[in-house]
Design a protein around this ligand. Structure first.
Ligand code: ZN
Length: 288
C-alpha cells in the first residue's frame, strides 16, 4: 500500500474504505477441479474485470486498496502498474491464494515473500498491507500476525467477526493486535446483525443481496456509531460472463448469487458514498 500515482494530488480524507481482492474467478480455495496445477489452463478474466473495476472507481472519483494475489502480479505486472497509475494503494493477498490455516509459519512466510517479490517486480515500492485468502487468519492461525509483522506488514485486514470464517466476538472496530514481534493494526470488514446473525454485509455479496440505497443506509448507521465501513469486492463479481464450475452449495452462493446487475449497483454505491483507500480513512491511520 501507500503507493500512489506520481504527480497525483494528495488524496483527501474519506469516511469509508473500498478494498478489492484481485484474483482470478478460479481462485477458490478447496475446490479440486480448480487446484493450482490447472490454473494456467483455465481462461483468465482478471485483467478485463479489474480494468472494469478501475473504470467504475475512476468514474466515481473513489480510491481503493487493491490486495493483489502474487500469482496474478507475476503474470500481469502491467495490471498492477495500471492500479498504481490510477492512484490506488496496493497490498498482498498471498501468492497462491492458500488459506493461512492450511499452512505453517514456514510455508506461510515463503508464500508471503513470493507475493511481495512479485508486487515489487511489478513496480510497487512499498507494501505494508495484507489480506488473507478467505479471511483465513482466525483462531488456528493467529500465529500469522507475528509473521506479518516480521515481514514488515503493519496493517492486516484478514480477521472477520463472523462465524463462517472467523468468530463473532472478534472486534468489529479497527484495533491494534499485539504479537511477540510487535503490534499490527487489524481492520475488520463491515459486519451488521441481520436475522439474529452477524452478517458480513461489506463483502461483495452484501451488495448482491440488497440495493445500493440499503447499503448506503447501513453504512450511514455504521458511521453514526463512530465506525468506518470497510467494503470488499472481487473482479469476478463484475464479470458479465463468469465461467462457471460445479461448487459446493455455500461456495456456489458466495460466488454466483445475483451477479447480474452487480456493476450497476456498485457504480451507484460508489458515486453516492465517500470511499477511499484504507490509507485515506483517518480512523484507520493508527500506526502501531
Ligand atoms: Zn481471495
Amino acid at each position: 500500500m501507500n503507493v500512489r500515482s506520481t504527480g497525483a494530488s494528495r488524496p483527501r480524507p474519506r469516511t469509508n474504505a473500498m478494498t478489492v481482492d484481485v484474483e482470478e474467478w478460479f481462485h477458490i480455495c478447496g475446490v479440486g477441479p480448480l487446484s493450482q496445477e490447472r490454473w494456467d489452463s483455465l481462461p483468465s478474466r482478471v485483467v478485463m474485470t479489474t480494468r472494469a473495476l478501475l473504470e467504475e472507481l475512476d468514474r466515481a472519483g473513489a480510491r481503493a486498496t487493491f490486495f493483489v494475489v502474487g500469482w496474478v502480479a507475476e503474470r500481469y505486472p502491467e495490471l498492477v502498474g495500471e492500479n498504481r497509475a490510477s492512484g490506488h494503494d496496493i497490498g498482498s493477498h498471498g501468492h497462491l491464494h492458500t488459506r493461512v490455516h492450511e499452512l505453517d509459519p514456514g510455508t506461510f512466510v515463503a508464500d508471503l515473500r513470493r507475493s511481495l517479490a512479485a508486487l515489487r517486480a511489478a513496480g510497487v515500492e512499498r507494501i505494508n498491507g495484507f489480506r488473507a485468502p478467505e479471511w483465513s487468519i482466525n483462531d488456528p492461525s493467529l500465529w500469522a500476525l507475528e509473521c506479518l509483522v516480521r515481514e514488515g506488514i503493519t496493517l492486516d485486514a484478514s480477521m472477520a467477526p463472523v462465524r463462517i470464517v472467523g468468530r463473532v466476538d472478534y472486534p468489529r472496530a479497527p484495533h491494534v493486535r499485539h504479537t511477540p514481534a510487535g503490534p499490527i493494526f487489524e481492520v475488520p470488514p463491515l459486519v451488521v446483525d441481520r436475522f439474529g446473525q452477524a452478517m458480513p454485509i461489506g463483502w461483495g455479496w452484501g451488495l448482491r443481496m440488497t440495493s445500493p440505497r440499503r447499503m448506503l443506509h447501513t453504512i450511514e448507521s455504521t458511521n453514526a456509531a463512530g465506525l468506518p465501513a470497510v467494503l470488499t469486492v472481487h473482479p469476478w463479481e463484475i464479470d458479465p460472463e463468469p465461467p462457471r464450475v460445479t461448487l459446493p452449495p455455500r461456495l456456489r452462493f458466495a460466488h454466483y448469487f445475483r451477479l447480474g446487475g452487480f456493476r450497476e449497483r456498485l457504480a451507484a454505491l460508489l458515486s453516492a458514498g465517500d470511499f477511499g483507500a484504507l490509507s485515506d480513512v483517518p480512523a484507520l491511520q493508527t500506526s502501531p
